[in-house]
Design a binder for this molecule. Structure first.
Ligand SMILES: NC(=O)c1ccc[n+]([C@@H]2O[C@H](COP(=O)([O-])OP(=O)(O)OC[C@H]3O[C@@H](n4cnc5c(N)ncnc54)[C@H](OP(=O)(O)O)[C@@H]3O)[C@@H](O)[C@H]2O)c1
Length: 276
């Protein structure tokens, strides 16, 4: 049923392109998707490659759709929400925001009442359809609208609902900023491999395949990451020596402080964006 909805993307950048690609691969009809994009060349590319209808006017794109996905940078979202809000609320259509940090109360204020809103927090692996997205709806959003928003985000990865919006800061600290934590570990491991004598390309390949393999194993196994770690740590072996060094360096504490710092910053940014 959700594949029958008419949707508009306001902003046709990286996230919109990934979402549209995922939806079409998932069987969504391109003629049900509109995009408004100010960059003419980017819009023409989207129309040619995806078969979607591209318009230059945000209000025109939002007119008559079931949902509009506000896929612009957080700094632009207020302008865009104020433009399309009256059109969406007039038809009881849903506004889906994927802008990092922008709160539901601010979206409601900019869109105008009574607006149905779903706020999403996707992450960058969404660009390769391995995203993790948390969603949070306001009370005006119906069950069908929640399902629609979820089906849109499932096109680029896994989804989960958060009922208390304040937890979106925790989500930002985990999955939103999280890819960068793992990139840092990959950088460090690759560097260590080079110092141990491996060619850089070999060190990178071994690092990346190990990261992918560990993540896939953890996802597919019934065991917790702690159990998987214990299973590969033989007493007196090499892994044990390495893990002792990481524990002595308080890697766990550093990760806890990093996530707390990210959550605090997410809260500050939410305040700043709301004041704009
Ligand atoms: N990329 C990610 O992985 C990721 C992850 C989590 C959340 N997000 C969120 O997703 C949103 C979009 O990110 P993105 O990476 O897709 O950004 P992006 O590539 O910059 O896409 C935004 C698009 O919107 C267009 N635009 C600018 N002003 C507009 C307006 N007034 N009306 C309509 N369109 C307008 C931009 O055109 P111009 O370039 O010509 O300005 C651009 O094509 C952001 O709010 C971001 O926080 C992204």
């Amino acid at each position: 049923m959700t594949h029958q909805a008419r949707i508009a993307f306001i902003g046709g950048g990286n996230m919109a392109r990934s979402l549209i690609g995922g939806l079409i691969a998932d069987g969504y009809a391109a003629d049900r998707i509109r995009v408004s994009e100010p960059d003419r060349a980017r819009g023409e590319r989207l129309a040619a490659e995806m078969g979607v209808t591209v318009l230059e006017d945000n209000r025109e794109a939002a007119d008559g759709v079931d949902a509009a996905i506000l896929a612009v940078k957080p700094q632009v979202i207020r302008t865009v929400a104020e433009q399309v809000g009256p059109t969406l609320t007039q038809h009881g259509a849903l506004a889906v925001s994927i802008a990092a940090g922008v709160r539901i109360t601010d979206l409601e204020r900019w869109l105008g009442p009574p607006s149905a809103v779903v706020r999403c927090m996707p992450n960058t692996p969404s660009l390769v359809r391995s995203g993790a997205t948390a969603l949070c709806a306001n009370t005006a959003a119906t069950e069908a609208q929640r399902e629609l928003a979820e089906s849109l985000m499932r096109a680029v990865g896994q989804t989960l609902w958060v009922e208390d919006e304040r937890l979106m800061d925790a989500v930002t600290a985990l999955s939103g900023s999280g890819p960068a934590y793992f990139f840092l570990v990959m950088e460090a491991l690759e560097e260590a491999g080079v110092e141990l004598g491996l060619e850089r390309e070999a060190a990178r390949l071994l690092t990346l395949e190990t990261a992918t393999g560990a993540a896939r194993m953890a996802l597919e196994s019934d065991d917790t990451p702690a159990q998987l770690r214990q299973a590969v740590t033989s007493p007196g072996g090499t892994t044990e020596q390495a893990l002792n060094v990481l524990e002595d360096a308080d890697l766990r504490g550093a990760i806890r402080r990093a996530a707390q710092a990210a959550a605090t910053r997410a809260d500050e940014l939410g305040n700043l964006l709301g004041e704009q």
